[in-house]
Design a binder for this molecule. Sequence first.
Ligand code: SF4
Length: 219
Amino acid sequence: MDELRDYLNILKSLGFNEIFIDKEEKSVEIQEKVKLLEQIAQQIKNCTKCDLHKSRTNPVPGEGNPDAKLMFVGEAPGGDEDKQGRPFVGRAGKLLTKMIEATGHKREEFFITNTVKCRPPKNRTPTPWEQEACWEYLEKQIEIVDPKVICLLGAAAGYAFLKRPVKITKERGQIIKWNGRILYLTYHPAYILRNLQAEPILLQDIKRAIELAYSQEEV
Ligand code: SF4
């Protein structure tokens, strides 16, 4: 990806504003991404790096468009996710899907995952150590999908990226530049289920994150 970015920067410096990628070439690139994401899912399935593997029913690697411009990252799988092996499929997940659809988009356009891939017991917040142990998988997923924007759902997701405590009420809606991408912090949908008055704020943030992801503006 770094080589491709450098190559595009060279073309830009030479005055090329547009390039046309052959559809077939793009489809090969996406197939390669799917293959790499499957390899990571397999590694996660066999992973015993932290104690969360002991209580999981199914690991939850993440799912969605392998070429997404926007990636949603939540805290950790919950009970429904653990049962199904899929991210954001419980009540909070349904709310996230509903909000994405309210902006005129589809959940499948984006890649959705969590900072840890196994459910913490009793849905507790993952510890910084567990997030650190699981980080290599998330890092690889980001590298492969190569999203322009990463929407962080909740303070624990913010902590995994920024390596410091995050106050969502103060920091939500801010654009944070991170490794050539945009981090965009907002509430976790589970928080909204308990604080319905904040629902319009989450909707507004999701809309903004999608706009940023699809805008032509460079990071
Ligand atoms: S949470 Fe991550 S690091 Fe821990 S066992 Fe699961 S896949 Fe491995």
